[in-house]
Design a protein around this ligand. Structure first.
Ligand code: BGC
Length: 246
């Protein structure tokens, strides 16, 4: 039985909890702090170190990052401070926390958890997980294998990044009615279907809790479309799983 601390860094909050990676269950209450602004490396690593302390953790930790992460290095940071770009993320978080850490993209982590314990369990073929939050994150699976760092939230629709129009943040910031937002999401999903022809699309992020407000308003796709089942915990669970298998 492996118990690993999962930490999920998002555009608005940073969440942490120890996870039993065999069951995907949190084994203690989730702790949450606001994402600092500006979200510079020093500020974000300090918040992560605080969470590690309040969880009284000294073992392995998996951390998600809302950007491209290759071999521990940060390549993009669309919704955090741009001074992250080019830094060695693993080194920064290890130094701040004193722990042995594994770092991966946030949507990839959420997808890995959904494929093992949630809405993607046992699914083969092409599965696309989209997380709708501050941005839009994507995780692509082919027969259960992750293609990491896909970044489909930055596909352009009407000359704009899809995430600027169809994320949960866009819905809230522009105070969009569910119908208007669902139309934008619809356009995006049709576009993704045209590009990838997935068998299954899983919609994650906090808004997946309100799936009844928008899923019935979407056009039929060839792909099956389902809300994520781990919802806000998927990132934490996936981060812990990644550290466990690193
Ligand atoms: C980032 C992705 C991230 C997504 C969700 C996007 O802006 O580029 O890496 O997965 O937001 O946080």
């Amino acid at each position: 039985m492996a118990h690993v601390l999962g930490i999920d860094i998002g555009g608005s909050g940073v969440k942490a909890a120890p996870v039993d990676t065999n069951t995907g269950q949190l084994i203690a209450e989730r702790q949450k702090l606001d994402t600092p602004y500006p979200a510079t490396p020093d500020a974000v690593t300090a918040v992560v170190a605080d969470l590690v302390k309040s969880c009284r953790w000294s073992g392995m930790a998996g951390i998600t990052f809302p950007g491209v992460v290759i071999g521990g290095a940060i390549r993009t940071a669309a919704n955090l401070d741009s001074s992250w770009i080019g830094t060695n993320g693993v080194e920064a978080f290890s130094q701040a926390t004193g722990l042995n850490v594994t770092l991966l993209n946030d949507a990839d982590a959420a997808g890995v958890a959904e494929m093992k314990f949630g809405a993607g369990k046992g699914e083969r073929g092409t599965v696309l997980m989209l997380t709708l939050g501050t941005g839009i994150g994507s995780a692509l699976f082919i027969d259960g294998i992750l293609v990491p760092n896909t970044e489909f939230g930055h596909v352009e629709i009407h000359g704009k990044d899809a995430e600027k129009r169809a994320s949960e943040h866009a819905r809230e910031a522009e105070d969009l009615h569910w119908g208007v937002w669902a139309e934008r999401l619809d356009e995006y999903l049709l576009h993704m279907e045209a590009l990838l022809s997935p068998d299954l699309i899983i919609i994650g992020g906090g808004v997946s809790r309100k799936a009844d407000k928008f899923i019935p308003r979407l056009h039929d796709l060839h792909a099956r479309l389902v809300p994520a089942s781990l919802q806000n915990e998927a990132g934490i669970v996936g981060a812990a799983m990644a550290a466990d298998s690193a």
